[in-house]
Design a protein around this ligand. Structure first.
Ligand SMILES: [Fe+2]
Ligand SMILES: [Fe+2]
Length: 152
């Protein structure tokens, strides 16, 4: 007999197909270090969506997601250091976006066990957040760094 706890479909039963995000010049910020981080982040996002699409087991999905989050921490630290070095006027707002993102993902991660619900939420949240943040806040930062010629 099925209980409520087991009624959730496993990842393999998900019918949704998650699209990859392809890097295009539209995402370029003009800062080589930031751009290569973003390319790596999108590649990790794509691995995550492939793992979910393929119905990989929870352990694999967790492993790919952890990689993506680890790299996100590393990347945010790089951007924040750059902003700090150039006294970026929009530092506080940009850093708050990073901090809020990490907190939201960690909150969701804590409250949903890996499975269809978490994967679906994270895939749509990450796709929107990553492309939206790069296209707005990070490109604005890139323009500022180019004016001061800061390249790392
Ligand atoms: Fe970024
Ligand atoms: Fe950023």
């Amino acid at each position: 007999m099925q209980t409520l706890a087991t009624a959730k479909p496993p990842l393999a039963d998900m019918e949704a197909h998650w699209d990859a995000i392809q890097w295009t010049d539209e995402y370029a910020t003009g800062n080589a270090g930031i751009d290569s981080d973003h390319q790596r982040l999108l590649a990790l996002f794509n691995e995550f969506s492939l793992a979910v699409n393929a119905g990989k087991g929870d352990a694999i999905v967790r492993w790919v997601l952890d990689d993506l989050l680890d790299y996100t921490h590393y990347h945010f630290a790089r951007e924040e250091l750059l902003m700090h070095e150039v006294d970026y006027p929009d530092f506080a707002r940009h850093k708050t976006m990073h901090d809020t993102f990490i907190r939201q993902v960690e909150d969701v991660d804590k409250h949903l066990s890996i499975g269809a619900d978490l994967a679906a939420f994270l895939l749509s949240f990450l796709a929107k957040w990553l492309s939206g943040h790069i296209l707005s806040a990070d490109k604005q930062l890139g323009r500022y760094l180019l004016r001061g010629r800061v390249e790392h």
